[in-house]
Ligand binder design. Structure first.
Ligand code: SF4
Length: 238
């Protein structure tokens, strides 16, 4: 597909210090998602991507080219980037600029993750794991093919791409034990981050706006217990 016809980006942060730990990055948000996690804080672009104007590809390419001297990293997040069949074409174009690319994904499309990695189009993957795999759909607000999620995890754990896994811990939805079950499933070598729930903008399920995040001391205790199980915890929240 010609690049000019590709309309997957609904948001663009030109410079960010917080979206890729490795350094300064630009962040591109794709619209739409195949999950409906009730705690999602990007609900508006998930639920109704057409409400948001598209960032034209020629603008993206122009900005990234201008910034290339000081911003060498690009984060592709969403929504869920891998629902877009045009993603490989986009990443080929971005790679042509010489940037490094991090993919944020819910892991629902292992075939695309695998082919992007094999083609050298992604340098790093951050995969959200929503909770223990058994009964996975209850974390995601919709029916989910758990085998595909498991395949993505397996591909990444076998060294398919440098990666980390992240889990947002949500009171009422998760018990603390759910976090430890995920960490044990991933194994001690998996880089793992526990993320705080943020009730702002939980438009996919407005009831979640009334849920207070776990207090700081509970989150610290969870992180301490994660450190006991995992050899590779990541200390920051993102
Ligand atoms: S949190 Fe869930 S619904 Fe929101 S973008 Fe991620 S996978 Fe999609």
């Amino acid at each position: 597909m010609p690049l000019d016809d590709i309309e997957i980006f609904k948001g663009f942060i030109e410079t960010s210090f917080i979206d890729w730990r490795a350094g300064l990055s630009s962040v591109l948000f794709t619209g739409g998602c195949n999950f409906r996690c009730p705690f999602c804080h990007n609900g508006p672009i998930v639920e109704d991507p057409d409400m948001w104007s598209t960032i034209p590809m020629d603008y993206v390419i122009k900005k990234l080219t201008e910034q290339k001297k000081w911003v060498e990293r690009v984060v592709i997040c969403g929504g869920e980037p891998t629902i877009h069949p045009e993603l490989p074409d986009v990443l080929r174009a971005l790679k042509g600029l010489g940037v490094m690319i991090k993919l944020d994904t819910n892991g629902s499309n292992p075939a695309m993750i695998c082919s992007l990695a094999k083609e050298g189009l992604i340098d790093y993957v951050a995969m959200d794991v929503k909770g223990p795999l058994e009964g996975y759909s209850r974390w995601c607000g919709t029916e989910v093919d758990t085998e595909k999620v498991a395949d993505s995890i397996s591909f990444l754990l076998k060294g398919g791409a440098p990666c980390e896994f992240r889990m947002t811990v949500v009171p009422r939805l998760h018990a603390e034990e759910d976090v430890y079950e995920v960490v044990r499933y991933l194994g001690p070598a998996a880089a793992f981050t526990v993320q705080d729930f943020r009730p702002e903008a939980t438009v996919l399920d407005p009831d979640f706006a009334d849920i207070a995040p776990f207090p700081a001391d509970v989150m610290e205790s969870i992180r301490k217990n994660v450190r006991r199980i995992s050899a590779s915890p990541i200390e920051t929240e993102r």
